[in-house]
Design a binder for this molecule. Structure first.
Ligand code: GRF
Length: 206
C-alpha cells in the first residue's frame, strides 16, 4: 500500500476531499499520518474521527531546525511515506526535508502560479490580491515543493473565471471546489507512477 502523509495547518477541507476520494477508490493509497503545527487544527478532528495516526509537530517547539527535521524525518520513515501532501500547511518545509523528499512533496495554491504566489500570499490574501488586481482569470495550481515558496515544478493547473461581482469570499469558494478535485487528480497520477519530471517540466504519461 502506498503511504501518504498530509501536513495541514487549518480547517482541512482539502485533506477531507482527498480522504473521500481515497474512500471512493479514486486514489490508490492511504493517508498513514497527519501532521500539523497547530494543536487545534481541523485536520486533527478529521484524523481522530477516522483513527488516522497524527502528530503535533511545531518547529518553534524545537531548539534547532536540525532537531525538528530529524523528528519529522523519523516520523516519515516510521510510516514509510512515499508522498507528502501539503494541504494548507503554513510553515516552510526546511531544505533538509525537501532534499530527502525531492519531487515527493506536493502543494496546492489557490491561484495560477507564478502569479499571486510567494511570501505573504496565502489563504484569503491570494483572493484579495486577485480581485484588487482586476484579473479576469485565476485558478488552482498543484506543484512539487522546492526550496522557494510556491516555486517548484507545476503538475496541474485549472483556470477559474473571476466575475465582475465577485468578492474574495465568493471567489475563494469557487476556487476551493476546483482545489478539492484537482489535488486528488494530481495525487492519483503520482501514486500511479504517471508523472515524469525533467527539470521544471512535469509530463503526464498516458
Ligand atoms: C487552500 O485554499 C489551499 O489552496 C491553500 O490553503 C487553503 C487550505 O484550505 N494552500 P483547507 O485547510 O484545505 O480547507
Amino acid at each position: 500500500m502506498f503511504n501518504i502523509a498530509i501536513f495541514a495547518s487549518g480547517r482541512g477541507s482539502n485533506a477531507q476531499a482527498i480522504l473521500e476520494n481515497i474512500d471512493r477508490g479514486k486514489i490508490n493509497a492511504r493517508v498513514s499520518i497527519v501532521v500539523s503545527n497547530k494543536s487545534d487544527a481541523g485536520i486533527f478532528d478529521i484524523a481522530n474521527e477516522r483513527k488516522i495516526p497524527h502528530r503535533y509537530l511545531n518547529p518553534s517547539d524545537f531548539t534547532s531546525v536540525e532537531k525538528y527535521c530529524s523528528e519529522v524525518l523519523s516520523v516519515l520513515d516510521e510510516f514509510d511515506i512515499g508522498l507528502i501532501v501539503l494541504a494548507g500547511y503554513l510553515k516552510k518545509i526546511p531544505s533538509a526535508i525537501i532534499s530527502r523528499y525531492r519531487n515527493r512533496i506536493m502543494n496546492i495554491h489557490p491561484a495560477l502560479l507564478p502569479a499571486f504566489g510567494g511570501v505573504g500570499l496565502y489563504g484569503m490574501h491570494v483572493h484579495n490580491a486577485v480581485i484588487e488586481h482586476g484579473v479576469k482569470v485565476t485558478g488552482v495550481t498543484v506543484h512539487f515543493v522546492d526550496e522557494k515558496y510556491d516555486h517548484g515544478p507545476i503538475i496541474l493547473q485549472e483556470p477559474v473565471s473571476v466575475y465582475d461581482d465577485d468578492t474574495s469570499e465568493s471567489l475563494s469558494k469557487r476556487v476551493l471546489r476546483v482545489e478539492h478535485e484537482l489535488y486528488s487528480r494530481a495525487i492519483a497520477l503520482f501514486v500511479d507512477g504517471r508523472l515524469s519530471i525533467d527539470g521544471r517540466r512535469v509530463y503526464l504519461q498516458q
